[in-house]
Design a protein around this ligand. Structure first.
Ligand code: PMP
Length: 356
């Protein structure tokens, strides 16, 4: 079976070269006679893998001095709680922007620990900077730069003044260059643009690694993870290694500038196909359309199963939309080749010709 074009929102496609390299190194990592999966996380081999991955991530994201990079477990979902536990300090409230399902999850968890002020909200769009009602006394401003389910992406970075900006970048990290210095904290589950599930990357400004609330479990303390180089307990070693291979792949392929050029082109092709037809539609305001997750519906939902079945026969898989919204969703992260998008666009045109 040749490899399919997998449009899954996550876990998602990995670059084929990365998988080939992992296969070559699976049984014997560089003459050690063992797999990375079998290595002690404290041995010099794995320590070198871990350090190289961090150095490469720092280099491709241009992470400035004064930020720690943590390689954690628990998914982005754990960060919904870790942020309040570690950043609240003596403050009482935090600001959140609500642009969809993942914002709502972060807000619900935040409410367990502090007063939540909804600084702005929108559906199929994002609030403008001018519309944000920011509290200068908030402990942080949280937002979701890319809403994976509805396919809504911020075209700008909110300005919260002195208040630290916290971003759930799970589905947009590494999709384009980013000015990290604008952020207090960035977190992302790995399983979209970074590597396999099981790893969560946190980039945190050092002055925010304060003291967590007293009842915080050790595993939820940024301080403990930062002080131990993300080795307080056994980290997800194999996911960390594969993430390192992906960072190296990004570097060798022109870095985030190159990723951005290709990603923008891929997204434009798909949106152009949707907009050119009355058969397909996407409800998101054009300026806020995601480069990574492109949801669309068919004019007749009764054709959904036929569309999915026929697409699958052509090696275009996992196009079913999220259960909460229905329709289709094509997730086109860095590892989705442009040929995959071209094949999808061609299939969509052909399907419309036959059923539209
Ligand atoms: N935030 C966003 C924007 C996501 O897309 C996801 C996963 N789809 C999550 C959070 C939850 O991530 P995890 O499954 O790693 O907890």
């Amino acid at each position: 079976m040749p490899r399919v074009y997998n449009f899954s929102a996550g876990p998602a496609m990995l670059p084929e070269e990365v998988l080939q390299q992992a296969r070559e190194e699976l049984l014997d990592w560089r003459g050690t006679g063992m797999s990375v999966m079998e290595m002690s996380h404290r041995g010099k081999e794995f320590m070198s893998i871990a350090a190289q991955a961090e150095a490469d991530l720092r280099s491709i994201m241009a992470i400035p001095e004064g930020y720690k990079v943590l390689f954690l477990q628990g998914g982005a979902s754990s960060q919904f709680a870790m942020v309040p536990l570690n950043l609240l300090g003596s403050k009482k409230s935090a600001d959140y922007i609500n642009t969809g399902s993942w914002s709502k999850k972060a807000i619900a968890e935040g409410k367990r620990y502090c007063e939540v002020n909804i600084a702005g909200s929108a559906e199929y769009s994002v609030p403008s900077q001018a519309d944000l009602r920011l509290n200068p006394d908030a402990a942080w401003l949280h937002y979701t730069p890319n809403e994976t389910i509805a396919g809504v992406e911020f075209p700008y970075i909110p300005d919260a003044g002195e208040v630290p900006l916290v971003a759930d970048m799970s589905s947009t990290i590494l999709s384009r260059p980013l000015d990290v210095s604008r952020f207090g904290l960035i977190y992302a589950g790995a399983q979209k643009n970074i590597g396999p599930a099981g790893l969560t990357v946190v980039v945190i400004r050092e002055d925010l690694i304060g003291d967590p609330l007293p009842t915080t479990p050790s595993m939820f303390s940024y301080r403990i993870h930062a002080d131990s180089g993300s080795m307080y307990n056994t980290p997800p070693t194999y996911s960390w290694y594969l993430a390192g291979l992906v960072f190296d792949w990004v570097k060798r392929n022109g870095g985030l500038e190159a990723m951005a050029r290709i990603n923008q082109r891929k997204a434009q092709k798909l949106y152009a196909a949707i907009d050119a037809s009355d058969f397909y539609s996407n409800p998101v305001e054009p300026a806020c359309r995601s480069w990574m997750n492109v949801p669309f519906t068919l004019a007749d939902a009764a054709l959904d199963t036929t569309f999915l079945a026929e697409a699958g026969e052509q090696g275009l898989v996992t196009l079913k939309g999220h259960r909460s919204v229905g329709g289709m969703r094509a997730s086109i992260y860095n590892a989705m080749p442009e040929e995959g998008v071209d094949a999808l666009v061609a299939f969509m045109a052909d399907f419309e010709r036959r059923y539209g």
